[in-house]
Design a protein around this ligand. Structure first.
Ligand code: CS2
Ligand code: MG
Length: 402
């Protein structure tokens, strides 16, 4: 069996997506997501110029050898561009493998460990009151777990506050939007928000919060401690994680569960965090961390230390990633939760899929493969639009972590 052709499809049905489609001599095709928010064309070129010529003529069933070929064989290892490209190839090959077997992808991984996948949605508002109402709307929609982000008095354009109600789209301009950050204002505000959420909705709903890399380890420890009474499911990306040992400072001072990993791209980025039990949830995804092949290694390693999964699932990860992630989540023994930010109707139409939401959970479909396809004709109607993520500066102009 041979790969006969492959192509990169760049489209923008509401936002930009990069998709790899692989064709075989047996008529079976597979697709993988290669979207890297704000840097899409670099992965498109990596695939088209440097990866696709290597795919033609190779046996698509040897996904492990292909992974090693693209990782070791490139000589230049790791990094978001390389690893997103490898992820797209790997996801497409697992899609093909499952279609050849005539089985949904989760069956090839080891079958079902659960019937349904717990997801969390994104509630947000410009003010504390609006955010409290938004959480109520998610509860009404059936969500059991909700992430709450709010505008903060005195901070213009805080992270996580949407223009629409169902999804948050940060990559909003061809050149980065400038936002302002103020840690003391944030630290004073956030405990008040979660106090109100628990007063209003009681103990039942799981509540999550994303710090989005803004704090120092000591500030993160202070926040974690002040949120302990409100029993968060997790506090996410509390501090940047290039220095994995930074999490030891947070860990030793608070019992608020910690989640990290959406920007990681290999097991090496989270090795110390996991083996030292400095985190509770690892958030690497099929898309960013080398596809099913590598994510499975991360999850198995994490299981040794009772660290559970919590895959990133923002709108910049296409429905292809969501489909593959749901098969992974249905199998992975140490599953924690799956992020679920809904896609726009235009996006859903370009990527027909068989997963569905019901009562706070997502269910992967039963069709062979990962269950997501691309309507290329429709995709062609939405050409690429340059869009970058915002940046954050302190009030004195210092560049901060967005
Ligand atoms: C966020 C994302 O979903 C999350 O947890 O951190 O919204 C993130 O900002 C985007 O995926 C960046 O592209
Ligand atoms: Mg996040």
């Amino acid at each position: 069996m041979k790969i006969t052709a492959a192509r990169v499809i760049v489209c923008s049905p509401g936002r930009n997506f990069v998709t790899l489609l692989i064709e075989t001599d047996q008529g079976v095709t597979g697709i993988g997501d290669a979207t890297l928010n704000g840097r899409e064309l670099s992965v498109a070129s990596y695939l088209a110029d440097h990866v696709i010529p290597n795919l033609i003529g190779r046996d698509p069933r040897n996904s492990e050898d292909m992974w090693q070929f693209l990782y070791r064989g490139a000589y230049w290892r790791r990094g978001p561009v390389t690893m997103s490209a490898i992820s797209a190839v790997d996801t497409a090959l697992w899609d093909i493998k499952a279609k050849l077997a005539g089985m949904p992808l989760y069956q090839l991984l080891g079958g079902k460990s659960r019937e349904r996948v717990l997801v969390y949605g994104h509630a947000n508002g410009n003010t504390l009151e609006e955010t409290v109402d938004a959480v109520g709307q998610y509860i009404d929609m059936g969500y059991k777990a909700i992430r709450a982000q709010s505008g903060i008095p005195g901070i213009a354009k805080a992270y996580g506050v949407a223009r629409g109600t169902l999804y948050y789209e940060p990559a909003d301009a061809a050149l980065p939007t400038e936002t302002v950050w103020d840690t003391p204002k944030y630290l004073r505000f956030v405990p008040k928000l979660f106090e109100r959420l628990r007063e209003t909705y009681g103990d039942e709903p799981e509540l999550l919060h994303d710090v989005h890399h803004r704090l120092t380890p000591n500030e993160a420890a202070q926040l974690g401690k002040s949120l302990e009474p409100y029993r968060l499911f997790w506090m996410e990306d509390a501090t940047p994680a290039e220095n994995q040992q930074a999490f030891r400072l947070i860990r030793e001072r608070t019992t608020t569960p910690l989640a990290v990993g959406e920007i990681f791209n290999t097991i090496w980025d989270c090795k110390e965090l996991i083996e030292n039990q400095l985190i509770d949830y690892i958030r690497t995804t099929v898309l960013r961390a080398g596809g099913i092949t590598h994510l499975r290694r991360i999850a198995d390693f994490a299981a040794l230390y009772q660290v559970r999964t919590g895959s990133h699932g923002a709108t910049d990860l296409s429905p292809v990633t969501m489909g593959a992630a749901l098969h992974f989540d249905t199998w992975v023994p140490n599953f924690g939760i799956q992020e679920y930010m809904r896609h726009s109707e235009e996006t859903d139409a370009v990527f027909p899929h068989d997963y569905r939401f019901e009562a706070g959970h997502l269910y992967c479909g039963e069709s062979p493969g990962h269950g997501v396809t691309i309507d290329e004709k429709l995709a062609a109607k939405y050409p690429y639009k340059p869009a970058q993520l915002p940046i954050a500066r302190l009030e004195d102009g210092t560049l901060w972590n967005w």
